[in-house]
Ligand binder design. Structure first.
Ligand code: NAI
Length: 300
């Protein structure tokens, strides 16, 4: 979706100052992507300690970008002046666009959006990075739902090109156009999705993952499946990809859906068992693979 797409027919708002809520895996990557594109970022975390940790996470991505030559040293030093991390929401009153990237829990997100409604400028755009939750339901907690949209990034958010713009029922045309302009500024490839189960990429991915899980039960190892798919032309195997993204998000979704799952449907519980042991992927040092020195060690 580009600005010439008829679905982006509104007039983009300015978005020079971006608020990011939550500085974990996604929030830190989103903040870094914005900073590397010349935007100002106000990051908000739960408490002082988490704000400090988020600050360090973002700084380390920026340092890494400088080492890779994506920004030069002078620019790297200057970026610091456009970035701040806080443990309260008040600084978000200056934001043009706020992107929420906190835990994937509807009640927690709704509470955050209700707070945003009271602290942000009336015309600030409020976006959620939710992977699976109903963006219409999140929008309904705000007095003016027309300013709420989904901006679904992929991990690592400062590197992955894809950005899904999730279009709720009551969103204003200008807000969709701003999302498209924002994606362009970040040099992302934007696609538009309706509010639906899993949006585009994750929905396809879940069917792919389901089949890969069946293969494990049917006698292949994760490393076999990954190697086969890589040699077949996929850039990365399905299990490596899950370790990179983190297994916890999909686990939370499966737990939420457990009550409505068809008992006759084949269900593979291996990923649940990994998560029960705290094996959420690279970020915890183990997932489908164990990681030593950031290199996977096959661990059937
Ligand atoms: P994470 O657990 O790494 O980070 C969440 C952060 O939010 C934590 O640092 C936590 O302290 C903070 N937080 C929680 N409640 C807060 C509050 N009320 N105010 C301020 N900060 C708060 O989670 P992750 O992986 O970054 O996911 C965040 C969101 O992004 C979720 O909605 C997830 O579904 C979505 N997402 C995740 C992707 C992934 O690959 N991990 C990809 C795309 C979307």
């Amino acid at each position: 979706a580009t600005l010439s797409d008829p679905r982006c027919k509104g007039r983009p708002h300015p978005f020079g100052t971006v608020g990011v809520i939550g500085g974990g895996t996604m929030g830190a990557g989103i903040a870094a992507a914005c900073l590397l594109s010349g935007l100002t970022v106000i990051l908000v975390e739960r408490d002082g300690e988490a704000a400090q940790a988020a600050h360090e996470r973002v700084s380390s991505i920026l340092d890494q970008s400088a080492r890779r030559g994506i920004v030069d040293e002078t620019m790297r030093a200057a970026i610091g002046n456009r970035f701040s991390a806080h443990d309260g929401y008040a600084p978000l009153s200056r934001a043009d666009l706020v992107i929420e990237a906190i835990f994937e829990e509807m009640d927690v997100k709704k509470a955050v959006f209700a707070t945003l409604d009271t602290v942000t400028k009336a015309d600030a755009i409020l976006a959620t990075n939710t992977s699976y939750l109903d963006v219409n339901a999140i929008a309904s907690t705000v007095a003016d739902p027309s300013r709420v949209i989904g901006l679904h990034f992929f991990s690592p958010a400062h590197i992955m090109k894809l950005l899904e713009i999730v279009v709720p029922d009551r969103v204003a045309d200008d807000v969709v156009a701003t999302a498209a302009a924002f994606a362009k500024r970040l040099r992302k490839t934007a696609v538009l999705s309706g509010v639906c189960d899993g949006f585009i990429a994750n929905r396809i991915m879940s069917a792919y993952r389901r089949e890969a899980d069946y293969l494990i039960e049917d006698g292949a190892l994760p490393a076999d499946v990954d190697r086969a798919m890589r040699d077949f032309g996929f850039p990365m195997g399905v299990f490596e990809m899950q370790d990179l993204a983190g297994l916890d998000i999909a686990w939370a979704m499966r737990k939420r859906r457990a009550a409505t799952r068809d008992p006759n449907e084949r269900y593979v519980a291996i990923a649940d068992k990994l998560c029960e042991q705290g094996r959420f992927g690279r970020k915890t040092g183990a997932g489908w693979y164990r990681y030593e020195d950031a290199k996977p060690v096959a661990d059937p």
